[in-house]
Design a protein around this ligand. Structure first.
Ligand SMILES: Cc1cc2nc3c(=O)[nH]c(=O)nc-3n(C[C@H](O)[C@H](O)[C@H](O)COP(=O)(O)OP(=O)(O)OC[C@H]3O[C@@H](n4cnc5c(N)ncnc54)[C@H](O)[C@@H]3O)c2cc1C
Ligand SMILES: C[S@@+](CC[C@H](N)C(=O)[O-])C[C@H]1O[C@@H](n2cnc3c(N)ncnc32)[C@H](O)[C@@H]1O
Length: 612
């Protein structure tokens, strides 16, 4: 909630304190946080520099830091900021407040921050500016919960909660210890706050601190330096080569190619499908990207939110057709009579209504433009994606060299790995090799003698399935939004409406056929509550469609990361039924680790998807 005091200063009635020094936010940012941390001098001559801020508020410190970076000809190539905020303003409020309160030197940058301001959902959000040279990893939630889950190697800390006596949890010893755990060697800390207790707590946490002249009528502030680097500080997976070989040109491989190329890497992709003239997802004309909702906001739900957000951020600028279309998703309840439970879930989660809300059958039907069977929830950000076009656009934009070929095994070569085919011929080599070839990754690891330590990956199975393309005219033009539930029905992409999908355990091949088409048409009829007038006229087996495989791991979460027993060899597999949710996010997770950037995911989530 936005409130002002009698002098027109932004205040919090919860904490009874002002957001910024009455003497000026810009002066405070420069004196306390920048100069208190030895900036800009300390970042000079470095490739990247990472700052962590405890109370992001309106982002004025962030904007001042970004401006200082911009104005410094000796700036590092990359500036990363990780920040936490428990009571985030809405995007509208941020825009209006920055327009009114941002000091003049920051007014040019403020609209860019407001424009990318995320939905008010718990967890980490990644914002990027200056073509990715400046990143902001913004966690919505309590700093005490978030800080121990950050994956970052921090060079400077900005401690900016409300006053310690009014907002003690922002200065509590466990939080300060969690921050010290993220400290890179020589990391510094600065804050306007200056109590003896704070200095003692910082000292106990591992910072050597002292008083320094304060700003704006305050005699003192606190500055300091970490005694030794933190154990939690995430190191980069070092390779100066900046070349990666990716095995597999599907949704996983294309997502990684984009993420690495965007950070200046050269990328080589080896793909078996292309050797056979069958690129992954050729003919898969439409698919859905809808987040998961769970009453306990479990890991899968948190990951899926992060994945949707990352996909939109990464793909919205792609050419038409390849870029997702935000059309929304009506997720129909599995059976009638669950609306009270659903209401309870939504109330417990308290997510913004403009992100997800409960809808009656009538409302769901109005959103879809077709009668649907039951009410459910509406995700306004549900996305319709054309996977074949997306993959081609991502590979083209990454400038990757795409080589047709089937990887049989990998073996150590110099600092890195060589990828060989069945004849033993070398297909490619690099310090960094990433197996992103779905269920084929298990076979490559087994053939290379590397599978045994990977119990979860060893249990991977391939699950076939198909989707069917129905003429839009058979569906009164098709739905206006994605209709999901037991199966899914997608808006017309020009070629028709995709209905899906089947799950065939133990299939020998993935194929389109009469049996599968009967299943997909029945699922569509179920979603429409039987209101599918052309159903009888459609002959199962005569319609176009697409069939493929899902690589499924126990727990249906992907396995992504460097193999501990094979440094330089990475895995990105097990995307199961949610390849669109994981593609961009897992690409960025791998790239962030390779570059030593803050992770775009909380470490508990990154740990859950780790290969072991
Ligand atoms: C019927 C169906 C419908 C689906 N609908 C959706 C949906 O609506 N939304 C969604 O998010 N997901 C959907 N999925 C899931 C999605 O397709 C997968 O999650 C996604 O394709 C996984 O990406 P991937 O890159 O791991 O695998 P793929 O996209 O299958 O790509 C793997 C690539 O690796 C190559 N390869 C394999 N072995 C080797 C090797 N040894 N050497 C070199 N290359 C190799 C293959 O040729 C292929 O090109 C659907 C899946 C199916 C089957
Ligand atoms: C002094 S203001 C920060 C101003 C901000 N740095 C800026 O540049 O605009 C303190 C911020 O800490 C936030 N805060 C308070 N308690 C918190 C907590 N436990 N976890 C995270 N943020 C918290 C407040 O909501 C507020 O935005």
């Amino acid at each position: 909630m936005v409130e002002f005091d009698a002098d027109g200063k932004l205040v919090s009635s919860v904490y009874g304190d002002v957001y910024h020094s009455p003497s000026g936010a810009m002066g405070q940012a420069e004196h306390v946080f920048l100069r208190g941390n030895g900036l800009p001098e300390r970042w000079r001559g470095r490739a990247s520099f990472t700052v962590c801020e405890t109370g992001f508020g309106l982002g004025l410190n962030f904007l001042a830091l970004w401006k200082a970076w911009r104005d410094d000809p000796q700036r590092p190539a990359a500036l990363h900021v990780v920040a936490m905020e428990r009571h985030p303003f809405s995007r509208n409020d941020v825009g209006a407040l920055l327009a009114r309160h941002a000091p003049e030197p920051l007014s040019g940058l403020a609209p860019a921050l407001a424009a990318q301001w995320p939905a008010l959902l718990p967890g980490l959000h990644r914002l990027e500016f200056e073509n990715g040279a400046v990143t902001l990893t913004l966690g919505f939630g309590d700093a005490q919960v978030l800080a121990p889950r950050l994956g970052a190697r921090v060079d400077a800390f900005f401690l900016d909660g409300f006053a310690p006596e009014r907002n003690p949890q922002m200065w509590a010893p466990p939080l300060l210890r969690a921050l010290a755990g993220l400290a890179a060697p020589g990391a510094t800390v600065a804050t306007w706050a200056c109590t003896g207790e704070l200095r003692r707590n910082l000292d106990d946490a591992g910072f050597e601190v002292r008083r320094a002249p304060g700003y704006g009528g305050k005699w003192h502030m606190t500055v300091g330096q970490v005694r030794e680097a933190g154990r939690a500080a995430a190191p980069a997976a070092v390779s100066s080569e900046r070349h990666a070989v990716i095995v597999g040109a599907g949704l996983a491989g294309a997502g990684i190619a984009q993420a690495l190329a965007g950070r200046g890497w050269r990328v080589t992709v080896i793909d078996a499908g292309r050797m056979l003239g069958a690129p992954a997802h050729a003919g898969h004309v439409a698919a859905a990207l809808t987040p998961v909702l769970a009453r306990d906001d479990n890991a899968r739900a948190r990951l899926s939110r992060a994945g949707s957000e990352r996909a939109w951020a990464r793909w919205q600028g792609l050419p038409a057709g390849a870029a997702p279309r935000v059309c929304g998703t009506v997720q129909v309840e599995r059976d009638a009579g669950r609306s009270a439970a659903l209401a309870g879930t939504l109330a417990a989660l308290a997510f913004p209504e403009d992100w997800v809300r409960q809808v009656s059958r009538e409302e769901a039907s109005a959103l879809a433009g077709l009668p649907v069977a039951r009410g459910g929830v509406f995700f306004s950000q549900g996305m319709l994606v054309q996977p074949g076009l997306l993959i081609e656009a991502l590979l083209a934009a990454s400038g990757a060299a795409v080589l047709p070929g089937r990887a049989e095994r990998v073996s150590p070569a110099g600092q890195g790995w060589r990828v060989q085919d069945a004849s033993g011929a070398e297909l490619a080599r690099a310090d960094t090799v990433i197996l992103a070839n779905a269920a084929g990754a298990r076979d490559v690891l087994a053939a290379s003698g590397l599978l045994d330590p990977l119990a979860r990956v060893a249990q991977m199975h391939a699950l076939a399935g198909e989707v069917t393309l129905v003429p839009a005219s058979a569906l009164d033009g098709g739905p206006r939004c994605i209709v999901g539930g037991e199966g899914y029905l997608l808006p017309d992409v020009g070629a028709g409406c995709v209905v899906g999908s089947t799950y065939v355990h133990g299939a020998a091949e993935a194929k389109v056929g009469a049996e599968g088409q009967r299943v997909t048409l029945d699922k569509a009829a179920g979603l429409l509550g039987g209101h599918f007038p052309a159903y009888d006229a459609l002959v199962a087996g005569s319609l176009p469609g697409w069939a493929g495989w899902r690589a499924v791991l126990p727990g249906r979460l992907p396995a992504v990361g460097e193999l501990p027993h094979a440094p330089g060899l990475w895995l990105a597999t097990g995307y199961a039924s949610r390849g669109l949710s994981w593609s961009a996010l897992m690409g960025d997770l791998i790239a962030a680790r390779l570059m030593g950037e803050p992770l775009p995911l909380e470490t508990d989530l990154a740990q859950l998807v780790s290969p072991r």
